[in-house]
Design a protein around this ligand. Structure first.
Ligand code: MG
Length: 344
């Protein structure tokens, strides 16, 4: 078994604006694991606000003894525990290895992962397309580009939220997922705007308040006419108890929770706690997106728009049908590398 990695930068089609920062590129690290003649691919996405660099990922990857992963072949829990034991944090790097191992496992067993996991591909929810904070003119252009998507996701949390919604409603009546990215200053301010957003056809709210304000979020949840989802307040399985009484649901991202092994556990446990699930993503190419898509039919809402926000995806772009990502019948993640990024 051999593990390789390569640094890469995803180029964003539009300057990406959320509450707090804007940027034009996202660093990623791709992992390739070769075993028994097959290659499995994984991806670590590293938005700068998380403070983890490509060098940090390299340091983590260099600690891995692949013979341990090989010895635990067919035991994804043991592989997960080994990777998790190497270092605190660095969850995106762990996710990259987790994704590559599952892709490889699927290829060597000649099965798509969703089939191996008995996930009903027909239950795939529509995926939202993110429209970042921008000028009215650019927002209108982004909505035109999102013609194939049945719902939109909007980043709010600045002082012109109503203006942004009005701009969108002037050109589109699609359902809107709102991500406040902790931007609203108080629970009272949040409640007022949420009532307005409900009237405007918004369907859910992600992270209305600062991540540590769980008591205020509980107050808001009790009064909010829309379900509230934890994103920044929720990283990994161990956080589930803390957010269960405060939010209606959680936003799972493979990059936060170390990959597919733990994401599947979260889906199982969240169901027991009556929490709804939004499957989300960072700026990711088809590799990490199609990993998340394998289990997206188990979720209530899907926000896996990464491949459509970039213009240098080294993997083939997923197919969309009626606003839903189509799972491939090909083994593993069902993706193909179209740029020789490992051979440069
Ligand atoms: Mg979010």
């Amino acid at each position: 078994m051999r593990l390789e990695y390569v640094f890469f930068h995803l180029n964003l089609k539009h300057k990406f604006g959320i509450s707090g920062n804007t940027r034009t590129q996202t660093p990623v690290v791709y992992v390739k694991i070769n075993y028994q003649g097959a290659d499995g691919y994984g991806e670590a996405s590293l938005p700068p606000y998380l403070g983890v660099t490509q060098e940090d990922v390299k340091i983590f990857l260099d600690k891995i003894d692949v013979s341990v992963l090989k010895n635990h072949w067919n035991n994804s829990e043991a592989q997960h525990c080994y990777l998790d034991s190497l270092q605190e944090g660095c969850s995106a790097a762990k996710a990259a290895v987790d994704i590559a191992l599952f892709d490889l496992w699927g290829k060597l067993n000649n099965t798509p992962l969703y089939t191996a996991w008995k996930v009903n591909a027909g239950a795939m929810p529509t995926t939202a397309m993110t429209i970042g904070i921008d000028t009215p003119e650019i927002i209108r252009k982004k909505i035109e580009e999102a013609v194939d998507f049945k719902c939109l996701k909007i980043k709010l949390g600045s002082d012109n939220d109503k203006q942004i919604i009005e701009t969108i409603r002037a050109v589109s009546n699609k359902p809107i997922y709102v991500d406040a990215n902790q931007g609203w200053k108080s629970k009272e301010e949040a409640l007022e705007i949420i009532f307005y957003l409900k009237e405007q056809g918004c369907v859910l709210i992600e992270q209305p308040l600062k991540k540590e304000l769980l008591a205020d979020t509980t107050w808001l949840s009790e009064r909010s006419p829309l379900p509230l989802f934890a994103d920044e307040s929720f990283q990994r399985l161990a956080d589930l108890d803390a957010v269960a009484g405060c939010f209606s649901g959680v936003n799972i991202k493979l990059m936060k929770c170390t990959g597919l092994f733990e994401a599947r556990k979260i889906i199982e446990e969240a169901g027991k706690k009556n929490l709804k699930i939004l499957m989300g993503c960072m700026n990711e190419s088809s590799c990490a997106i199609m990993a998340a898509a394998q289990i997206a039919p188990l979720c209530d809402y899907v926000d896996l728009d990464g491949p459509w926000l970039i213009n240098n995806n080294p993997f083939n772009t997923p197919l969309l049908h009626e606003g839903k990502i189509t799972l491939s019948p090909n083994a593993g993640l069902g993706i193909g590398l179209i740029e020789p990024i490992f051979n440069r």
